[in-house]
Design a protein around this ligand. Structure first.
Ligand code: ZN
Ligand code: FE
Length: 257
């Protein structure tokens, strides 16, 4: 089984850039490099080359480092064909279901529209690692800037269908504030209460809450549970269309403080 090394680089106020390296061949990718300099520092420290940038979507806090990284390292930029004009420096345009190889590692591209129309995720099945940008967050999900609730719900179902052991590498440290909203709508969920305590302890100690596992998210994240009778009951929306429940949750979260 191929071995993957992941380095998490916190940048800006709450973004994570992830470096993904195939330890056998040294092929390395940066996922969603908001900035170039912090990535270049880590590459220099470790004496690594950068071969690829994997972009989940076009927002500046995900592609802001593309141009400089490409100029300095001559890496290739991978991103959604659907969003080809909005991803700076795009070299390799990918579509749903296509594979990307990083040495002996391989990822499948998953279309997960909603936050933006051309949003994709990268699923490394052999390494159990999911890079999902701003679609699924720890105990939350991305805002609907471009897509509909129906699209986002379908995207979240697609991610929910991955194995429970999948490690969810999202692009922001939002888990603690998401936990407050999740508990407000799902106060009797003991798994959520336990995860929320764990998240608070991690943050107090200055640690990252990313990745979480898909198993935890399936039990605790309200945005993955719009079709769960217990959550629907807690919301007073029992038996309703999950898209409607999801849309309502998303609207409530938008105004939650
Ligand atoms: Zn975004
Ligand atoms: Fe973002």
């Amino acid at each position: 089984m191929p071995r993957m090394e992941i380095v998490q680089i916190p940048v800006l106020s709450d973004n994570y850039v992830h470096l993904v390296r195939d330890t056998a061949t040294g092929v390395t990718a940066a996922v969603d490099p908001a900035l170039a300099q912090p990535v270049l520092s880590v590459l220099n420290e470790r004496d690594w080359n950068l071969d690829y940038i994997l972009c989940t979507h076009h927002h500046h806090d995900h592609v802001g480092g593309n141009a400089e990284l490409k100029m300095v390292t001559r890496c290739k930029v991978v991103g959604a064909a659907v969003d080809a004009e909005r991803i700076p420096g795009l070299d390799i345009a990918v579509r749903h279901g296509e594979g990307i190889s990083l040495g002996q590692l391989s990822a499948t591209v998953l279309d997960v529209p909603g936050h933006t129309i051309g949003h994709v995720a990268y699923w490394f099945a052999d390494a159990d690692a999911l890079f999902c940008g701003d679609t699924l967050f720890g105990l939350g999900c991305g805002r609907l800037f471009e897509g509909s609730a129906a699209q986002m719900w379908t995207s979240l179902l697609r991610l929910r269908g991955l194995p429970d052991t999948a490690q969810v590498y999202c692009a922001h440290e939002y888990t603690e504030s998401n936990a407050a909203f999740a508990r407000s709508v799902d106060p009797r969920n003991r798994d959520l209460a336990a995860r929320s305590d764990e998240v608070a302890a991690l943050r107090r100690a200055g640690h990252s809450t990313v990745p979480s596992s898909l198993a935890v998210e399936k039990r605790c994240n309200p945005f993955l549970r719009a079709d769960d009778p217990a959550l629907q009951m807690a919301l007073g929306m029992r038996g309703l269309d999950p898209v409607q429940v999801f849309a309502d949750l998303r609207r409530r979260k938008d105004v939650f403080r």
